[in-house]
Design a protein around this ligand. Structure first.
Ligand SMILES: Cc1cc2nc3c(=O)[nH]c(=O)nc-3n(C[C@H](O)[C@H](O)[C@H](O)COP(=O)(O)OP(=O)(O)OC[C@H]3O[C@@H](n4cnc5c(N)ncnc54)[C@H](O)[C@@H]3O)c2cc1C
Length: 520
């Protein structure tokens, strides 16, 4: 007999574990998240949060808190450039302004905020939404059977062990994922790219920033390559170093960690700043850049999410953001199955929908690493870059729970201007009359949307809500004719649409498929 029963155990209480806990709480499932560290992240790590992540935080009532916190450290309008050194020449502009080109596609905007500042907000909200978070607790063993999983948890202060019984387990336990190892799930991809370091420092770089208000500043010179993130005062920040020395042409992983001393770290910092000035190193973190994806996302009752499912180099800022999308896809499905509203087969759609996108995102992060960090290796065999916004809000998913349309071209991503509400994509943002967004209608139940018109049958099957939208661009944005309808899932993904007059039976059947109930 286990000491404790929970519906969902989340192993890992960092960015993705906490997001999963918040989303499950939002759907009425009180999950337990266990984390071996004493608190949330101590290093900034992720800093660039994409539209889809902000949309999820908006849905969870966190958007304003996160934006206000972000403005304490960063400007809203930073971009991504490359320089020889802070004092030296500017070499390239990768992204002019963080939110350039997003207007009209989302009710929210991207932000820069450091992960160590973001995570306490996530933890606080997870608790508010009914989750439990247990720190200094490590999952040390797992056994599964047809009804659930039994996980041994060790209290790292007392050494005591207890067993928890969970219907499902989410492994959000990071890139080295002990759970993934335990389940024997292999990684595919590019292996290890570098043994990198991040130097956290204080130095007054305000003058060197001049009027450049940049969120990420890549440094490219013969001695080192990496990137800076500096706060808006220009006095605090960190320098990530990916390569040192000129020879980056060989294919082996680049090692910045060997022989690292405080003196050497100061020399790196001086080179990247490009001039001597008083500087203080606060900390140095060592980490490995990798570009790999897990070949499966599920083993029985355990689901991989976040870095446990895909590891990317930081270029492009995809790591945590992709993990948030995993959590968004998985949480409502777990909740619906646990509440008996969906068939258990719905859970198979997590891997079907996310695995191809996991691989796509790893390839794209690798492309950004290859072109920004080691361009002299050339781009043979490297996938061409896809615009960031397509990877944020233009992804296309397929599974048994999505009712695809005839003539599916198999694409995995679309530009926002091509997004027309096709099944498997994020339902588009359209501004409503009350200044809200169509996206504000999603998040809890299935939602049926119809364009206003003559004789609209404003009906939704049990378990769904219905809205008739009379905002001008709605019908076009969702690809709906008069009398048509669209069915949107709680994660904001279109499950089905009727491109002609849709009857109640058709709609009810679509919901049955989207919930995998027909497979019962
Ligand atoms: C320099 C740098 C810059 C980055 N920039 C960005 C960016 O701009 N945008 C972005 O989206 N991402 C970025 N990332 C990536 C981002 O930090 C990660 O993708 C993100 O932290 C993944 O979150 P996670 O919760 O999946 O894993 P992690 O953050 O690794 O958390 C896993 C947690 O699980 C815990 N754990 C492991 N095993 C157990 C166990 N057995 N029992 C209990 N707890 C356990 C660990 O202690 C850890 O806290 C960056 C990373 C780096 C290094």
């Amino acid at each position: 007999m286990a000491d404790e029963d929970v519906p969902v155990l989340i192993v890992g209480g960092s960015m993705v574990g906490l997001t999963t806990a918040m989303l499950l709480g939002h759907h009425g499932v009180p999950a337990l998240s266990v984390e071996r560290h004493a608190g949330t992240a101590i290093h900034p790590r992720a800093g660039h949060f994409q539209l889809r992540t902000m949309e999820v935080l908006r849905q969870l009532g966190l958007e304003d808190r996160v934006r206000a916190k972000s403005l304490e450290t960063y400007s809203e309008t930073g971009g991504i450039i490359a320089v020889e050194s802070l004092a030296g020449r500017e070499l390239a502009t990768y992204v002019e302004e963080l939110n350039e080109g997003v207007e009209g596609f989302s009710p929210t905007r991207r932000v820069f905020i450091n992960q160590d500042v973001l995570e306490p907000l996530l933890a606080e909200r997870a608790l508010e939404l009914g989750a439990s978070v247990r720190n200094r607790t490590e999952a040390v063993a797992l056994e599964q059977d047809d009804a659930g999983a039994t996980v041994a948890l060790r209290d790292l202060d007392s050494g005591d062990e207890r067993e928890v019984r969970a219907r499902y387990v989410v492994a959000a336990d990071g890139n080295r994922s002990p759970m993934r190892e335990r389940l024997g799930i292999a990684m595919r991809g590019y292996g290890q790219l570098s043994r990198s370091i991040t130097i956290y420092f204080r130095a007054d770089c305000a003058e060197l920033l001049r009027d450049r208000n940049q969120g990420v500043i890549y440094v490219h010179n013969p001695e080192l390559r990496g990137f800076f993130r500096l706060d808006r005062t220009g006095g605090n920040g960190f320098l990530v170093i990916n390569t040192v020395g000129e020879d980056v042409t060989q294919d082996s992983a680049i090692d910045v960690q060997s022989g690292l001393t405080e003196e050497r770290a100061l020399a790196f910092l001086r080179t990247a700043i490009g001039t001597d000035m008083p500087m203080e190193i606060v900390d140095v973190a060592k980490w490995r850049a990798e570009a790999n994806w897990a070949e499966r996302l599920r083993a029985g009752r355990v689901f991989l999410a976040g870095d446990a499912a895909h590891v990317v180099p930081p270029n492009g800022g995809f790591g945590g953001n992709t993990g948030v999308q995993d959590a968004l896809n998985l949480a409502w499905k777990l909740a619906a199955v646990l509440k008996g509203e969906a068939g258990p087969a719905l859970l198979d759609s997590y891997e079907a929908e996310r695995l191809p996108l996991s691989r796509l995102t790893v390839e794209q992060a690798y492309t950004r690493y290859a072109t920004r960090v080691v361009p002299e290796r050339g781009t043979e065999g490297v996938e061409p870059p896809i615009p960031d916004i397509e990877l944020e809000i233009g992804l296309v998913m397929r599974s048994e729970a999505i009712l695809g349309e005839d003539g599916d071209d198999g694409v995995l991503h679309l530009s926002p201007s091509e997004l027309d509400g096709r099944p498997g994509t994020r339902a588009p943002h359209v501004e409503l009359a009350d200044d809200r967004s169509t996206l504000d209608l999603f998040g809890s139940q299935f939602v049926v949307l119809r364009p206003a018109g003559d004789a609209v049958d404003d009906w939704a099957p049990p378990g769904a809500t219905s809205h008739v939208i009379d905002a001008e661009p709605f019908a076009e944005a969702y690809g709906l004719p008069a009398g048509g309808a669209t069915l949107v899932r709680p994660d904001g993904v279109v499950a089905w649409r009727a491109r002609g007059p849709a009857g109640r039976d058709e709609l009810a059947r679509a919901l049955t498929t989207a919930l995998s109930l027909s497979a019962r």
